[in-house]
Design a protein around this ligand. Sequence first.
Ligand code: DX5
Ligand code: ZN
Length: 218
Amino acid sequence: MSTIVSPSLLSADFLNLGKDVSMVNESQADWIHLDIMDGVFVPNISYGLPIVSQIKKTATKPLDVHLMIIQPERYVEAFQKAGADILTVHLEASTHLHRTIQQIKACGMKAGVALNPHTPVNQLEDIIRDIDVVLVMSVNPGFGGQSFIPNALEKVKKVKSLITATGSQCLIEVDGGVNLETGQQLVSAGADALVAGSFVFKSDDPVATIQNLKELKA
Ligand code: DX5
Ligand code: ZN
């Protein structure tokens, strides 16, 4: 299987968002990654539901929505209506995570759980069979363009072992500081999907950059 690539629009040109969504449509990207920040769970505010709905009108790839908000259960239905296909919530942000995951699936979306850099992988033990995606954060969430935290490689290996041990079908996605070098290390460690923001959108040829990430092989 080739690497799943999910370009993060956080690094796109917000005055020309339609143009950047079209670029992703025409590229080999598999998903479009949308970062929703509430200024409470993370120290930044990004964009919200109206933007997601607008992107949905023009995007031809599944919307991979990463909620960096407290109590994400309050907004599950709203993001489904806005067009999310994969909805990822943070383990640290949802007290009744199992219920939140059931809510996401009942709305017809794929369910993801994100782990902050400090959160141990063993906290996934009792939820791994219920989810479609684990999102390993390789930066502290909140901003694009940060440096990759190398410990993410160990975490990817641990998630992989947990998946194998439990027979879970879920995918491993990694978010933060991904470029060709860290991307290769992550794919070799067992990552199935890579999120890349600044590496794609600040490159001279974003379509080719997406293609290069897609070709990474374990
Ligand atoms: C960070 C976001 C990322 C961000 C990644 O909180 O979750 O999706 O866009 O940006 P880069 O790829 O530039 O590290
Ligand atoms: Zn993200």
